[in-house]
Each structure stands twice: as structure tokens, then as C-alpha cells.
Design a protein around this ligand. Structure first.
Ligand SMILES: Cc1cc2nc3c(=O)[nH]c(=O)nc-3n(C[C@H](O)[C@H](O)[C@H](O)COP(=O)(O)OP(=O)(O)OC[C@H]3O[C@@H](n4cnc5c(N)ncnc54)[C@H](O)[C@@H]3O)c2cc1C
Length: 481
């Protein structure tokens, strides 16, 4: 039977992996708890793009005793088919994302195998839901052992190990290390403006919510924010039949540039984490402070709706319910709406993360290292964790919480320490490689005595002793005279 394009790709990928001797043998010292329970070497929390890439990188590095869990149902990890509402990816199609250097593992290879090279040429950007299909394929074809519908509730030290409380299991899951691949708000939460606390919960959503857009048909909707998500949510409201959608932006003008697209080159990727604190702070503060322009297609998706309005230079000074309406006051006037969508993004703030409760007061933050100025961007950055070279948390006081160095923060919160390698598509492979090299270094160094013993015990013979003839020995045996 003739192979389909996808079958041929998968066969080729399997061959490539075999050529690369994948999977290599596990080399990490097996551990047991004092009470004889299984101990994983690494538990990855989150099986979105970062978690999957980290899992593959670990397996490629011979770190095989891993567990990877995600609280979503299978195939619905991350934002792509849940709360992301753009039609296509925001990033360009040529990025190789989680492919880890393997051409057959790229989204392009997968797409071409299904639809042909001409279709790829004709494609502008990758459709959003197709990216999720690609990640599903990535997981399947690499046979990554993801467990879905599993929630990590808390993380605690457990002797020299870490314990994860999972879905109320009677005993914690034990591991040497944890990789937090738990997403954009993985060390933080939703950014909710204070006024929302005084409004009935039913009259507003955050853009990450599962929004009932059908309930907004014919309604007047206000969207707060200028981000890509603000545009996408406004667009879905309009396309579903909202009566009017008004988008309010604090800045006097929309950012026109996405500075983060200007940092996608190897010098930045590899050089950034080697810079001193001042330089890393300066670069990231600048890029964030400039604001991120929403993609052009997101803006154009709005422009064709006559019932869409954009209000620049319009921070919300007062928001309150008046009868059945929500009244919003900006420097430019008063508006009334039926529903609000807060596209106000996410914060980095370990205190907001239930999994880390009890650990956070000892986590070193950038604000402990830098005297942060009072501007909004600096205050945000001050709450980022100050991570070590393998994305590991560090302690506020040496020795105060040694277990923290075994929790590796492979998510957006690593950006100030490591650059853009643990959240967006472009450099996630480079990030995973850096993470795994660090984890491998840690395991080896911690178990150096074991590895020395392994070396001493290593006795695979290369030579049996009968491959040569000792000329002197022959002479000695030869009778003289
Ligand atoms: C709306 C939106 C659009 C984006 N579009 C682009 C784009 O076009 N291009 C680009 O480069 N980047 C984009 N990004 C940024 C980035 O690529 C995505 O956020 C991407 O999903 C990051 O992958 P991740 O693995 O870090 O997080 P996620 O994909 O969010 O995966 C994290 C997973 O961890 C799980 N999890 C969290 N906590 C727990 C727990 N306690 N127990 C078990 N599981 C848990 C979550 O359910 C989730 O499945 C976008 C981000 C958003 C939010």
C-alpha cells in the first residue's frame, strides 16, 4: 500500500530519530524515598508547547524517568483552542518552534505532508487551531507520556526531594526536580484592575475566561486594552453579533512595533542570559515599555465593522454600575455598556500561584537584586523571579530553602533572567536545550560519587588480550643456543 504524505513523514522522522540513537539510555542514578516509594527524576507540570518540548529534550538527553501532567483534557492544552481567539498565529509561519533541530518535526514538514508544498507557499500565517493539531501530532509522534486531567495542587519539600500534591492523592508524588511549564501565568495570575472587585462578576470577563459570546449578541461591549488579545476578543464579539464594541486604550497612540520580534536572533538568544543584571533589565524594560503592537490582521479584522470604535488616550477613571448598565468615565467622556472584557493580561507574581503557596517568601526576585524605579514596567519586572542558569528558582538567603533550586521555571516568568526562550514559539527549542543541559549538569554533579563508582565498576572489555603478541615474552619463551 502507498504511504500517505503523513505516514511517509512519520517513517522518515522515526528513521532520523533512530540515526540519532533516540532514545539514549537513561543514565541518571535511580532514587527511592526512605520509605521505598518511586521517585521521578523530573515531573513536568504542564503539557503545552513548553512542557512537550522540555519532555522531548529530557528524553533526548537520557533523562527518562519523567512524568508529565496537565490539567486540561487531551489535546486542549494551552490557549490555542481554549481562550486564544485570533484566526491565525501572531508569529510568522517560518519559525521552527519545538522541532529541536529536526526538520521532519517542524510544523512546516507536518503541514506539507498533509497539504503539499504549494499550499505552504500560499499560506500567510498558520491557522490557530492548526497549530494545536500540530502540537497534538508532535506529542503523538514522539510518544510523549502525557497524563491529562491531572492537576498539581501544591509543591512542597519532602526531605531532600520534592513532593507534589496531585488531585488529592493520599500521598504526594515524589521527584528530584520539577519543571514548571504551566503557561503564561505559571508564576502569576490574571491582571484584574481593582475596579472589577466592585462590579457584579456577571458583567465582566477577563480575556482568558471562557466567554459566552452568544450572550453578548445585541449588547454593548467595552474592551479594555490594546493587546492582540483585546483585538481578538473584540473581533469575536463583533463577529458573533454584539450590538457595539468599543475598545479603550490608555496610551495616546497604539504601539506600532513589536520589539519582541526584533530579538529573535542567535546573539540575543544565547547572549542575553550571560549579561549582567543591569543590561538584562535595561533590554527587557525597554522592550516591554514600548508596548507590543497587535498584529495588523487583528486590527483589520475590526476595521470592517461599523459598530466598532477605538478610544485612544482613554484610561478608565471611574467604572460603576448604574441600574443595569456599566458606566465608564474616561478623560474624554462618559460611556455606558452592558458588558466588559478586560484584556489586561497577566501578572508575574508567585504569591498568586496556589501550587507555590508556602514557598514564595524564600524565592529570590529581581526586586531583591535591583533597586527598581517606581514606573509601572519596573514595578512589574521587580516581581519576576531571579533564576539561575537552568531556570531554577534561587533563595533569598543561601541555605534558607535549598529545595527551590530543584524547581525550574520554564515559562514566561523566566524572560527577565533568560530572554525570550520559554513562552513564545520562536526559541522554545533553544530554551528547552538550555534547561535540560542545566538539569543534566545538576544530576551529574549531585551524584558525582555515584558516577565515580560507576566509572570504577565499568568493565566492558575493548580488548581480550589475545589481539597482539608481546615480542619480548615470545623471546623469553624461545630456548637459547
Ligand atoms: C492568546 C495567546 C495567543 C498567543 N499567540 C502566540 C503566537 O501566535 N505566537 C507565539 O509565538 N506565541 C504566542 N503566544 C505565547 C505562547 O506561545 C503561548 O502562551 C504558549 O501557549 C506558551 O506555551 P506554554 O507551554 O508555556 O503554556 P501553555 O500552552 O499555556 O501550557 C501550559 C499548560 O499547563 C497546564 N497547567 C497549568 N497549571 C497546571 C497545574 N497546576 N497542573 C497541571 N497542569 C497545569 C495548563 O492547563 C496548560 O495546558 C500566545 C499566547 C496567548 C495567551
Amino acid at each position: 500500500m502507498r504511504e500517505t504524505g503523513l505516514e511517509a513523514l512519520e517513517a522518515g522522522l522515526a528513521r532520523d530519530l533512530a540515526y540519532l540513537n533516540y532514545p539514549p539510555e537513561n543514565w541518571v542514578r535511580p532514587q527511592q524515598s526512605t520509605d521505598g516509594r518511586h521517585v521521578y527524576d523530573v515531573v513536568i507540570v504542564g503539557a503545552g508547547m513548553c512542557g512537550l518540548t522540555a519532555a522531548f529534550a529530557l528524553l533526548r538527553a537520557g533523562i527518562a524517568n519523567i512524568r508529565i501532567v496537565d490539567n486540561s483534557e487531551p489535546g486542549f492544552e494551552g490557549p490555542w483552542v481554549t481562550y486564544a481567539r485570533m484566526n491565525t498565529l501572531r508569529s510568522p509561519k517560518h519559525l521552527t518552534g519545538p522541532a529541536m533541530g529536526l526538520p521532519a518535526l517542524t510544523c512546516r514538514a507536518w503541514f506539507e505532508a498533509r497539504f503539499g508544498a504549494a499550499a505552504w507557499e500560499a499560506l500567510d500565517k498558520i491557522p490557530r487551531t492548526m497549530w494545536m493539531d500540530y502540537l497534538r501530532w508532535y506529542r503523538r509522534v514522539l510518544n510523549l507520556p502525557v497524563e491529562n486531567d491531572v492537576t498539581v495542587q501544591t509543591i512542597e519539600p519532602y526531605g531532600d526531594l520534592l513532593g507534589l500534591e496531585i488531585d488529592g492523592a493520599s500521598e504526594p508524588c515524589l521527584t528530584g526536580k520539577i519543571v514548571l511549564a504551566n503557561g503564561r501565568d505559571g508564576v502569576g495570575g490574571l491582571r484584574i484592575p481593582a475596579f472589577a472587585n466592585n462590579l457584579p462578576r456577571a458583567c465582566w470577563n477577563h480575556s482568558k475566561d471562557d466567554i459566552d459570546f452568544d450572550a453578548l449578541v445585541g449588547k454593548r461591549v467595552a474592551v479594555l486594552g490594546a493587546s492582540a488579545s483585546a483585538c481578538d476578543n473584540a473581533a469575536v464579539a463583533l463577529e458573533t453579533g454584539a450590538g457595539a464594541v468599543h475598545m479603550f486604550v490608555r496610551r495616546a497612540d497604539l504601539p506600532r512595533i513589536n520589539k519582541f520580534k526584533g530579538v529573535i536572533y542567535p546573539g540575543f538568544t544565547h547572549g542575553f542570559p550571560t549579561l549582567n543584571d543591569e543590561w538584562r533589565w535595561r533590554l527587557l524594560h525597554y522592550a516591554l515599555d514600548q508596548g507590543v503592537a497587535p498584529p495588523q490582521d487583528s486590527m483589520l479584522r475590526l476595521k470592517c465593522h461599523p459598530n466598532f470604535a477605538l478610544h485612544l488616550g482613554s484610561p478608565w477613571h471611574r467604572v460603576e454600575t448604574v441600574g443595569d448598565e456599566i458606566e465608564i468615565e474616561t478623560p474624554k467622556g462618559i460611556h455606558r455598556f452592558d458588558h466588559l472584557i478586560l484584556a489586561t493580561g497577566f501578572t508575574v507574581d508567585a504569591d498568586k500561584r496556589a501550587e507555590l503557596a508556602g514557598l514564595t517568601d524564600k524565592i529570590l526576585l529581581w526586586g531583591d537584586r535591583i533597586d527598581a524605579p517606581s514606573d509601572r514596567t519596573s514595578q512589574d519586572l521587580a516581581r519576576f523571579p531571579y533564576l539561575g542558569p537552568a531556570f531554577e528558582f534561587m533563595e533569598t538567603e543561601p541555605g534558607a530553602a535549598p529545595h527551590l533550586r530543584h524547581i525550574h521555571c520554564f515559562n514566561y516568568a523566566a524572560t527577565l533572567s533568560h530572554g525570550v526562550v520559554s513562552g513564545d514559539i520562536p526559541n522554545v527549542s533553544e530554551g528547552a536545550q538550555r534547561l535540560v543541559e542545566g538539569i543534566a549538569r545538576d544530576f551529574f554533579a549531585a551524584d558525582r560519587a555515584y558516577h565515580f563508582q560507576q566509572l570504577q565498576d565499568y568493565d566492558e572489555l575493548e580488548l581480550l588480550g589475545d589481539e597482539w603478541i608481546d615480542a619480548d615474552a615470545v623471546l623469553e619463551k624461545t630456548p637459547s643456543g
